[in-house]
Design a protein around this ligand. Sequence first.
Ligand code: COA
Length: 294
Amino acid sequence: MAPTPHVQPVVDSTAVFKPNLFKGKVLFCTGGGSGICKAMTEAVMRHGASATIVGRKLDRLAQAAEELSKATGQQCMPAQADVRQFNQLQDAVAKTIERFGKIDFVICGAAGNFLAPIDGLSVNGFKTVIEIDTIGTYNTIKATLHHIRASKGSYIHVSATLHYKGTPYQVHVSAAKAAVDATSAVLAVEEGPHGVRSNVIAPGPIGGTEGMDRLSPKGPAQQSVYPRLPAGRLGDVRDIANATVFLFSDAASFVTGQVIVVDGGHEHLRGPSLPYPESVLDPNTFKHMIKPRL
Ligand code: COA
């Protein structure tokens, strides 16, 4: 019988980090109304922070803010803004300062994605994703930097891994996320002397998200796109949330300008020459091909 691979368990950050780690801190998160960014916000709030979540759809944001407040016992304010509109972001920042008095942490998470080949993508389609992901990130930095300098705070940018290689149908997102990674590095270097840190989280395949649902095949076909990962499972939004808690904490005070890939080892898994993970778990099955020299 084939050996079973180990599956790394998912944990909640409160089982690892102090519950009051972020007491009195304030988070400003774009894209916080749903998915990965909502889970990142929830984790930071569970450790005592208040938060503003920013997005385009006010009804969805208001509902998410209510859910987040209820789940964490902390205050969460919805602020409607399109990250492409700098003045709307400035308003959201002003409302945050009025309500909470400061901003310590920023998550630049608002993003747009769809599958389209270069040949079939309109000029406006490419520009739209660059505007949301790249220019939206820059606008968010620009609107908050003054406050983050004052609090000696920290940025996390939500990027991706798909631009490390040529990912078909993702030219717009690949270009946009590469620019986000570069922006974070410059921010870390320019603002480090002011006490500001900036890092990127690059999520791998995260199950149950809108992006995963819409951008990857369903059922058995998913197994061929995301073969069994070294971690033994797909990612969970809590995996990204846990990395967020670490990066915003003082334990990461020497970590800046980095891209933290949270993908269960996916990026390092090449198309195997032998069946994976069977050939690693039980090399004997393949001893006619693997010749150890002791
Ligand atoms: N395939 C090809 N082109 C697409 C597209 C798709 N699925 N979706 C949008 N576009 C193109 C549009 O055709 C338009 O170009 P055109 O004027 O040449 O026709 C351009 O992108 C702008 O689209 P529009 O819907 O008007 O812009 P928007 O600002 O309202 O929304 C997105 C842009 C990317 C946010 C939108 O596609 C969307 O809602 N995506 C789902 C949400 C999402 O991506 N969440 C992130 C999860 S990872």
